[in-house]
Write a protein of this length. Structure first.
Length: 367
């Protein structure tokens, strides 16, 4: 029994610590995942609590895993483990059946699992979780209640500070495709031999008032007695998708500037504000000033946003505003505003609004 208990503690502890830590590294990624689910289930009114929920979830997972693994306030940790399992096991089953969002987000962007894989993971974790919960009455404090709570409190204060750091600046580990050093065009290529998306096309024709469906192999292409009505294409097999597949930047007039930006021999500074109206006005003003200074220093500068034209027009100040998909901008950088420096399509630097090195960027172009 002791061996089973020991193994169970290791499994639960490591999984929950890992899950909580990767969410704490990228707390905004968890916020966006909550928002995706709220949107899918028509719960948009819950969007304002996305950040508190994200922080609560990752801290609960980390505390539960830490307490179980190191046997420090293990009873409290096991209660949280069982509560989370009782909530998320049936929830992930519903998500697997309905598939409103393809990636569950349970391990952030570090490991991507389908909803069915997540449900299977939870079923497996239920075994050691239930076993440990049933044995909880045998748990005795190792170092005294006061000492254990002091230890846990100190650990959690450090964990909260870690979350705050990643929120204010950028994630200490970038799990996304746009990490520093990435050559963007190389991440957009589909390698030879990789499968493409496979679609099944159905054609609808009409003859003598009767409609009939045909496949691509038997539709009456040469029979003029049939009148074409409609066609439907359904994705039956997902092909290879490159890590970066939606990097498209357009001017406000609709001109595609993607290749111009990726192939420029000059340094290119992208100021990214996924939603101008959600950014701090003071930080936007500082960003516009930075863009002006960099432009004067010979750096190509673009302001990327997914805001509507009415909002963009209210900020028109002689700078180059461009539009891009909001999800793409969220993936590019976890900051609003945030900054990416490119050199011939390669990311040479990324910064949040809190630590953008103005002099370093300008001096880099001069040197």
């Amino acid at each position: 029994m002791k061996i089973i208990s020991y193994i169970s503690r290791i499994i639960i502890g490591i999984v929950f610590i890992f899950s909580g830590t990767v969410k704490a590294i990228d707390p905004l990624g968890t916020v966006y995942k909550f928002q995706d689910y709220f949107l899918a289930f028509n719960l948009d009114f819950l969007k304002p609590v996305s950040l508190p929920l994200a922080v609560l979830l990752c801290t609960s997972e980390f505390f539960a895993g830490f307490s179980v693994l190191f046997n420090i306030r293990q009873k409290a940790g096991l209660r949280i483990v069982m509560l989370l399992m009782l909530i998320f096991t049936p929830l992930t089953f519903i998500l697997a059946l309905t598939d409103p969002v393809t990636d569950c987000g349970c391990f952030g962007d570090a490991i991507h699992l389908t909803n069915w894989e997540t449900f299977g993971k939870n079923i497996i974790l239920l075994i050691p979780a239930v076993f440990l919960f049933m044995q909880r009455t045998e748990i005795k404090p190792r170092h005294g209640i006061t000492r254990e709570w002091t230890t846990v409190t100190a650990i959690m204060v450090l964990f909260f500070a870690f979350i705050f750091y990643n929120l204010r600046y950028l994630p200490v580990i970038d799990f996304l495709p746009y990490k520093t050093g990435t050559f963007i065009p190389g991440k957009m290529i589909i390698p030879d031999g990789k499968p493409a998306d496979k679609y099944e096309t159905t054609f609808i024709y009409e003859k003598d008032g009767r409609r009939q469906e045909f496949s691509l192999s038997n539709y009456p292409a040469d029979d003029t007695t049939w009148k074409f009505i409609d066609q439907r294409s359904v994705l039956v097999a997902k092909g290879y998708q490159p890590p970066i597949h939606d990097f498209i930047i357009t001017s406000l007039s609709g001109e595609d500037l993607t290749q111009q930006i990726l192939t420029s021999a000059n340094l290119v500074l992208l100021m990214i504000s996924r939603k101008l109206e959600e950014a701090d006005p003071e930080e936007l003003a500082k960003g516009f000033d930075l863009v002006n200074r960099c432009s004067a220093g010979g750096i190509d500068c673009y302001i990327l946003t997914a805001s509507g034209m009415a909002e963009v027009n209210s900020y028109m100040n002689g700078l180059i505003f461009c539009q891009a998909d909001e999800t793409t901008l969220k993936t590019m950088i976890r900051s609003n505003p945030g900054y990416i420096l490119l050199k011939e399509g390669r990311i040479s630097g990324k910064w949040s609004w809190a630590n953008v090195p103005v002099k370093k960027i300008i001096n880099k172009n001069v040197n």
